[in-house]
Design a protein around this ligand. Structure first.
Ligand code: V47
Length: 399
C-alpha cells in the first residue's frame, strides 16, 4: 500500500500484531521502505512479545582449530591452502591446533567460569575423523559441564567423507554426540540461493546438504543455530528468501522433530582480506534492517543474535531495540574475521562490558547457557536453573 510516496506498512503492522507469517513481498517492502522507524518498531514488538526487555549474553570461548581448508570461498579471509611443506603455500600463517592445546584453552576458560566452547575450523585435508571425536572426548573429560557447541553443517558433511569407512550424517552426529558434543552452531549457511552459491562459494556443499544436516540433528534431538552471511553478492530479495527457508524448516522441526533452531545469527560480511575485498560490505543501516528483518520473518525461531565480532559492539547495542535479544558472548579469540581487536585474533568483551552495553540500551542483562537456560552464579560457582550440579570457578579473574 503506497501513500504519498511512502509505503505506510500499516497492513504489515496488522499481520505482525496478529502473529501471522509475513510473505516474501512483505519482507521486501519492509526492507525497501524508507520508514526505518516502523521497521524497528515492528521488529521490537516481536522481540518484546517473546522476551520482554531481557537481553541475553553468554560467557564463551571460541576455538578455531585450523585454518587449512580445501575450499576457496570468495568471502573468506580465514582459509589457508594446505601444503606438506608448511610455510610454502600459506605465507607461514597456516596452523592446526593439537588436541592438547585445545584442551588447555578449554580448561583455562572453564576455571574462569566459561560455560560454552564454540569450535569450528576449515575443512582440513589430512586430519582424520578421530581427531574431532578425540577433541570432544578430551574436552568432556577435562571440563564435565562445559557445553561443547561445535562444527558447522559443512564440517559434518566433510566428516562423513573422511571417515573410514564413510559414515552417514546421522552416524557422524551420533559419534560426536557420544564423544561429548552438545549442540551445533549455525555457520556455513551463507545465502540459500544457487546464483549466489555459484558466484561466491561454488565448491562448498549447498542448501540441500546444509538443511539435511540440521534436519538430522533436529531428529536426533541436537539443538542447532542458523546463520545468514549478508552484504556481499546477494540481493535483499535473496536474504528474505533465505530467512523464509529457515522459518519453513523450523515449522517442521517444532511440529515433528525432537529439537529445533535456537537462534538466527545474521553475519555482517567483513570484506578485508577476502577475494571480495573490493566490495564495501554492509553499512550500519543494512545491518539494522537485516537484523530487524530476521526477527520479523522468523517469529518461530526464539532468538535473534547480533554477533558483535562482525556487527561491532556499538551496532549490536543499537540492535537490541531493533529485534535482537542476544549479543553472543565474551568470545576471547576469533580467527575468522578481525574487525575488532586491532587486527589481532584477540577479540574479547568482558562480562562487565557486555552487561553495560545491554543496560545502556534499556534492557535487562541475562546470562544464558548455550540452550538459553538462565545461568546462576554466586561468589565462586555457576549452575543453570534446575540443574543438580554446580561448577566451581575462580571468580577473581576477569571474565
Ligand atoms: O560459516 C566467513 C562466516 C561463519 C566471513 O551459531 C564471515 O552461535 C563475515 O557461524 N565476514 C562462522 N562472516 C561464524 C558462525 C557463528 C558465529 C557466531 C555465533 C554462531 C552461533 C555462529 O562466519 C562462517 C561464514 O558464514 N564468515 N568469512 C567474513 N569475511
Amino acid at each position: 500500500m503506497i501513500a504519498c510516496g511512502i509505503d505506510s506498512l500499516e497492513d504489515i503492522r496488522s499481520r505482525v500484531e496478529a502473529g501471522k507469517p509475513l510473505t516474501f513481498e512483505d519482507g521486501l517492502r519492509l526492507y525497501e521502505s524508507s520508514d526505518i522507524f516502523t521497521l524497528g518498531e515492528l521488529a521490537n514488538s516481536v522481540r518484546e512479545r517473546l522476551h520482554g526487555r531481557r537481553a541475553f549474553y553468554n560467557v564463551n570461548l571460541h576455538v578455531n582449530y585450523s585454518n587449512y581448508c580445501i575450499l576457496r570461498c570468495k568471502f573468506c579471509s580465514f582459509y589457508r591452502p594446505y601444503s606438506k611443506h608448511s610455510g610454502d603455500a600459506d605465507n607461514g600463517d597456516g596452523y592446526e591446533l593439537a588436541i592438547e592445546e585445545i584442551v588447555r584453552r578449554a580448561r583455562a576458560a572453564y576455571a574462569r567460569g566459561t560455560t560454552e566452547i564454540h569450535i569450528v575450523g576449515g575443512l582440513h585435508p589430512k586430519l582424520s575423523f578421530s581427531y574431532y571425536t578425540g577433541m570432544c572426548r578430551a574436552i568432556r573429560e577435562a571440563c564435565p559441564h562445559l557445553h561443547i557447541k561445535a562444527f558447522t553443517a559443512i564440517e559434518i558433511i566433510h566428516f562423513t567423507r573422511i571417515a573410514k569407512p564413510r559414515l552417514t550424517i546421522a552416524e557422524v552426529l551420533m559419534q560426536l554426540y557420544e564423544a561429548g558434543l552438545n549442540s551445533m552452531p549455525g555457520g556455513g549457511a551463507e545465502i540459500f540461493d544457487d546464483r549466489v552459491h555459484d558466484e561466491a562459494f561454488k565448491a562448498k556443499v549447498g542448501e540441500a546438504e546444509w538443511f539435511e544436516v540440521h534436519r538430522t540433528a533436529h531428529e536426533l534431538g541436537i539443538f542447532t543455530n542458523a546463520t545468514m552471511l549478508y552484504g556481499h553478492v546477494e540481493t535483499p530479495a535473496e536474504r528474505i528468501k533465505h530467512l523464509i527457508k529457515l522459518r519453513e524448516h523450523q515449522e517442521i522441526s517444532l511440529r515433528s522433530r525432537k529439537s529445533h533452531f535456537n537462534c538466527v545469527i545474521p553475519l555482517s560480511f567483513v570484506p578485508d582480506g577476502s577475494a571480495l575485498s573490493h566490495l564495501p560490505g554492509p553499512n550500519g543501516l543494512d545491518d539494522l534492517r537485516t537484523l530487524a528483518l530476521a526477527r520479523l520473518m522468523c517469529p518461530n525461531i526464539p532468538h535473534i543474535k547480533a554477533f558483535w565480532i562482525m556487527q561491532t559492539p556499538k551496532l549490536a547495542q543499537v540492535s537490541l531495540n531493533w529485534g535482537v535479544d542476544d549479543v553472543d558472548g565474551t568470545v576471547v579469540y576469533y580467527d575468522i574475521t578481525k574487525r575488532e581487536g586491532g587486527g589481532t585474533t584477540h577479540q574479547e568483551l568482558t562480562v562487565d562490558r557486555l552487561r553495560r552495553l545491554i543496560r545502556e540500551a534499556g534492557c535487562t542483562p541475562v546470562e544464558r547457557d548455550s540452550l538459553y537456560q538462565r545461568v546462576i552464579r554466586d561468589d565462586n560457582t555457576w549452575s543453570v536453573e534446575g540443574a543438580p550440579w554446580s561448577v566451581a570457578y575462580d571468580a577473581t579473574t576477569e571474565r
